[in-house]
Design a protein around this ligand. Structure first.
Ligand code: ARG
Ligand code: ZN
Length: 485
C-alpha cells in the first residue's frame, strides 16, 4: 500500500514514475519478453522477487518486488471435516521487473494460479509459494493474482513467539496470531510493511457465526451454508486479520455513525466479558481525546474461550480477547490496551518487528492513562510502581532491541510504557500530548520506525532526547529516574 516508498527501495535502481495503475492490470500493457528490451535503450532484466522482506528479526517474512493494495479472501470452512477451500485474489503493483514472485502460504494445497487472468505456473517450497506469470511483470505496473487452494489448515508454531494462525475448535475455528497468522488461511505478503485493504467472504454451516475485521458487508444463506462478508477498507497489516467461527452472542449497534459489532462465545455465561467489551466505545472516545480521531470505520470486540490462546490481540477494528481476562470480573484495562493499538500498531504500523515497543509500550501506557481517567491510580503512580518493582530481567532486556525471544516480554510492555512516561516527564504534558497526536496524524495508515518517533518528539519538544531514549530503549540497567529537561 505504501507505494512510493516501496518503489524507491525496490532494489532495481530503476526509479519508476507514472501511473501505478492499481485498479488496472498489466494485461493492458504490451507483454514484455523475459530479459528482453521492451523499448529501445531500456533493457529490462526480469528477476525473481525476493522470498522475504529482510526484516531484521524475521528476514523471511513477506516477499520482495511487489506491493499489495487489496486482498479478496473467499473461503469455505467446514468445522466437521476441518477442511477449508477458497480463492484469494490480490491486486498489487510490481516494484521491480519480476520474472517470478512469492507469496507466503503455510500448508494447504494450491489448485491453480492466474495472473491477470492468464494461467501462471506455481511451485511450493515450505511456506513459500512461487508464482511464475506467463510473462514478466514490469515495475510500476499493477497486476491481479488469483490463487485457488484447499486443505486442512494448520497453525504455525514458533519456538520464540508461540502458536499463530488457524486453529480448529470444537465447533469452529480461530485464526489469530502475532507476528504471523494470515498465511495459514490465505496466500499473503505476510509482513506489516505491506498494508492493504481486505474483503472477506467466509462461508460456514448455517447456525455458525464467522466474525472478521471491519464492517459487516452482508450475510446470506444458501443451501445450508451462510456467507459472512466483511470489509476492512483501511490499510491493514496482515497479522491483524482474523476470522473467528463458532457460536456467539452478537451485539450490533452504532456509535458516531460507525457500526459496532461485538461477539462473545456462548461457552461463557453472560457477564463480565459482555460488560467489558460493551465499554469499547466509551474507552475509544476517551482515547480519541488523547490520541486524536479513532482511525477506523468500525468498532467491536470478540471474546473467545480456548486454552491455546491466553492473550488478547488488537485485530483491526475488532480485537479478540481470551475469556481469561474477564474471569475476575469486568476488565476495561485490557480493552484500553487493545483499542490503543488501533492507533499504535494498526493505523501507525511497524516497519520492522524490532520496533515492537512502539506498539506495546504505547498501548500499555494507554492502560495507565485510562486507569487514571477512570478514577484509579495516576499514570505517575503506575510508573513509580514499575520503576521500583520491576525485575532484573526487565532492566537487562533493552525494549528497543529485545531479540526475537523477548518480543512480547515484560520489558517491551512495561519498560516500553516507562519509556513513554520518561518522555512525558522530560518534555512536559503539553508537548507530550502534542507529540502523540502529531504521530498518529502524520503516520496515519502508514509504517513508522523508532528513529522517526524520536525525531518527531525532538522536533515538537525542541529538546535533545537521544540520551533519554538511549538509556530507556537500549540500556541494560535501570535508567535514572526521569526529570524535566
Ligand atoms: N499484541 C498482543 C497484545 O496486545 C499480544 C500478542 C501476544 N503474542 C504472542 N505471540 N505471545 O498485547
Ligand atoms: Zn499489546
Amino acid at each position: 500500500m505504501t507505494l512510493s516508498r516501496r518503489v524507491l527501495r525496490g532494489g532495481t535502481g530503476l526509479l519508476v514514475t507514472g501511473a501505478l495503475g492499481l485498479g488496472g492490470c498489466s494485461s493492458a500493457v504490451e507483454p514484455a519478453p523475459i530479459s528482453a528490451a521492451s523499448s529501445p535503450g531500456a533493457a529490462r532484466q526480469f528477476a525473481p522477487g525476493a522470498p522475504g522482506v529482510g526484516d531484521t528479526y524475521f528476514p523471511t517474512y513477506g516477499n520482495g518486488g511487489y506491493d499489495v493494495d487489496q486482498y479478496t479472501v473467499k473461503v469455505r470452512y467446514d468445522p466437521a471435516t476441518d477442511r477449508l477451500s477458497g480463492t484469494t485474489t490480490l491486486r498489487a503493483a510490481a516494484t521491480a521487473d519480476l520474472s517470478t514472485f512469492n507469496l507466503d502460504l503455510a500448508g494447504l494445497t494450491v489448485r491453480s494460479v492466474t495472473v491477470d487472468g492468464a494461467p501462471a505456473k506455481h511451485s511450493r517450497k515450505g511456506d513459500e509459494l512461487t508464482v511464475t506469470p506467463a510473462s514478466g511483470l514490469i515495475a510500476g505496473n499493477g497486476f491481479v493474482a488469483e490463487i485457488a487452494y484447499e486443505g486442512e489448515p494448520e497453525p504455525l508454531r514458533n519456538e520464540a513467539t508461540g502458536v499463530g494462525g488457524f486453529l480448529h475448535t470444537d465447533d469452529g475455528a480461530i485464526a489469530l496470531g502475532q507476528p504471523e497468522s494470515a498465511s495459514t488461511w490465505f496466500p499473503v505478503n505476510d509482513h506489516p510493511s505491506d498494508k492493504a485493504s481486505y474483503d472477506f467472504e467466509i462461508t460456514v454451516p448455517d447456525g455458525l457465526t464467522a466474525v472478521s475485521n471491519g464492517v459487516l458487508a452482508g450475510r446470506n444463506s444458501v443451501g445450508g451454508w451462510t456467507t459472512w462478508k466483511w470489509a476492512e477498507r483501511s490499510p491493514m497489516a496482515s497479522y491483524l486479520s482474523t476470522v473467528v467461527i463458532g457460536k456467539f452472542r452478537l451485539t450490533e449497534g452504532e456509535h458516531k455513525g460507525r457500526p459496532v459489532f461485538h461477539a462473545v462465545t456462548t461457552e461463557l455465561p453472560e457477564g463480565a466479558a459482555d460488560r467489558s467489551i460493551a465499554e469499547t466505545v466509551e474507552v475509544a472516545d476517551y482515547l480519541e481525546s488523547v490520541f486524536g480521531p479513532y482511525p477506523f470505520e468500525a468498532y467491536g470486540g470478540v471474546v473467545i474461550s480456548d486454552d491455546r490462546i491466553r492473550y488478547a490481540l488488537e485485530t483491526q477494528s475488532r480485537p479478540v480477547y481470551s475469556a481469561g481476562f474477564f474471569r475476575a470480573g469486568s476488565n476495561t484495562e485490557v480493552v484500553a490496551h487493545e483499542l490503543a493499538h488501533q492507533w499504535f500498531g494498526n493505523s501507525v504500523s511497524l516497519a520492522r518487528w524490532q520496533d515492537i515497543w512502539l506498539n506495546e509500550g504505547l498501548a500499555t501506557y494507554a492502560e495507565w492513562l485510562w486507569t487514571e481517567h477512570d478514577g484509579g491510580r495516576s499514570a505517575q503512580r503506575s510508573f513509580d510502581a514499575r520503576y521500583a518493582g520491576s525485575s532484573g530481567q526487565v532492566w537487562r532486556t533493552p525494549p528497543g532491541r529485545p531479540g526475537v525471544e523477548n518480543l512480547f516480554s515484560e520489558s517491551v510492555y512495561q519498560r516500553g510504557a516507562m519509556t513513554v512516561h520518561a518522555l512525558r516527564v522530560a518534555v512536559g504534558d503539553k508537548a507530550f500530548f502534542q507529540i502523540l497526536k502529531a504521530w498518529t496524524a502524520q503516520k496515519r495508515n502508514d509504517n513508522a520506525t523508532t528513529a522517526e518517533f524520536v525525531a518527531l518528539a525532538e522536533r515538537i519538544s525542541k529538546k535533545q532526547l537521544d540520551k533519554l531514549f538511549d538509556a530507556w530503549l537500549h540500556g541494560t540497567e535501570r535508567p535514572a529516574r526521569p526529570e524535566p529537561l
